[in-house]
Ligand binder design. Structure first.
Ligand code: GLA
Length: 392
């Protein structure tokens, strides 16, 4: 559907059919939050909400970008790549700039239309989907020969340099490496990964969107990274072999408690516990024990809220309210925090009732409509092969 809409737009704008269509999904993360930039494990998956791209090469150096959802366009020359005052364009330009920094050559410009249904600011990584899809599209269109991992690293650099968020690798890795009905256990230390089947027909993955995005998010995110780095510097004085919080155990951390500020101690404690929690949760998944998995999700939320302090009243409310419902076996805030969605493991037969009860309680408390999404796990970024000429 979206690819048909974008193809039509492309035709309206450029009077031609695009030579390539790409789908780049958003992501969920089952467990392992704020562990990626601490060399820990994460357990994300790509979902059936995505950003779509329609693209063709030009024969001059102009690059024309059209953001369908914003009804806005931006144009620049390949000879003059720099940050734009339009923040949406920077996610795309950042990827192009990073590809050049890697020494790859692109000699002609391109026409691009993009848009999709990943809700913005909901913690589903719409920006990583944009960056991953852009890298994938350019890689295919200009035959750059970049691997999936290289594309993920390029997308991450684009986010660091052009969006100013020092994010980890999880979001783009998931958008690019996603596999239908599987979650990805990614070791962020060496970027090795394995797929775990996530096929539990009796349970659904439901996201509850707080509809808020507290604007401290990006600066607090960078600050958390800084606090973890400060913790490492101090721990290293006693344990020089430690390179990241991945190498720290709770007894080691406790032994340094009096040298760390209470805040830094709590940040490190959360990360050390969460890295361990992902391993336990994965074992539970292998044993098809979703009840234990769900308990771990609640523990993660508690840590994110109390020790890491990246939750907010709205997220806490949704997680706490879910505890009262028999149909839910696990829930927690998801992603960077300060708003966005909670992820809930809900008995499939009770999804409708769950959504009704949660929406009502949320509306009564915050006077905000709670949007919800029942998500399916899909493949990662891919070319769309469907014939699109038929829609005209
Ligand atoms: C954001 C970042 C990710 C990750 C999560 C928290 O989504 O982009 O790299 O750190 O927050 O787990």
């Amino acid at each position: 559907m979206m690819n048909a809409i974008l193809t039509k737009k492309f035709k309206e704008h450029f009077d031609a059919t695009p030579s390539l269509l790409v789908r780049a999904p958003g992501r969920i993360n089952l467990i392992g939050e704020h562990t990626d930039y601490n060399n820990g494990f994460v357990l994300p998956a790509a979902i059936d909400k995505a950003i779509y791209f329609a693209i063709s090469a030009r024969d001059d150096k102009r690059c024309i970008l059209f953001a369908n959802d914003l009804d806005d366009s931006y144009e620049f020359s390949l000879d003059n790549i720099h940050k734009s005052e339009k923040s949406w364009a920077n996610f795309l330009i950042g990827v192009l700039a990073e590809i050049f920094d890697q020494g790859k050559e692109i000699n002609t410009g391109f026409n691009l239309v993009f848009g999709g249904d990943v809700p913005l600011g909901a913690g589903l990584s719409s920006s990583a989907a944009v960056e991953s899809g852009m890298g994938f599209a350019l890689n295919n269109l200009f035959e750059l020969g970049l691997s999936k991992l290289e594309l993920a690293l390029i997308a991450q650099q684009a986010e660091h340099k052009y969006a100013g968020v020092k994010c980890g690798i999880m979001d783009m890795f998931a958008s690019i490496h996603g596999k239908a009905n599987s979650v990805i256990k990614l070791d962020c230390q060496d970027l090795s990964f394995e797929y775990f089947p996530f096929d539990f027909p009796e349970y659904s993955l439901v996201l509850c969107n707080t509809g808020v995005k507290h604007n401290l998010g990006d600066s607090e995110y960078n600050q958390r990274r800084g606090e973890c780095e400060e913790g490492i510097r101090i721990i290293q004085l006693a344990f020089p072999q430690v390179e990241s919080l991945r190498d720290v155990s709770m007894p080691m951390l406790r032994s340094q408690a009096d040298k760390l500020s209470p805040i830094v101690y709590r940040r490190c404690k959360y990360v050390v516990e969460e890295i361990e929690r992902v391993s336990v949760a994965c074992k539970a998944l292998e044993n098809r024990d979703l009840t234990t998995f769900g308990k771990k999700m609640y523990e993660t939320h508690e840590g994110l809220s109390t020790d890491y302090e990246v939750s907010c009243t709205e997220l806490d409310f949704l997680v706490e309210h879910s505890i009262n419902l028999d149909s839910v076996i696990g829930a927690r805030m998801m992603g960077g925090g300060f708003g966005g969605c909670t992820i809930n493991l809900v008995k499939a037969e009770a999804v409708e009732e769950f959504i009704e009860k949660m929406s009502l309680a949320y509306k009564n408390t915050f006077e905000i409509e709670m949007l919800s999404y029942v998500v399916k796990i899909t493949n990662g970024v891919e070319e769309i092969q469907e014939i699109y000429e038929t829609i005209f």
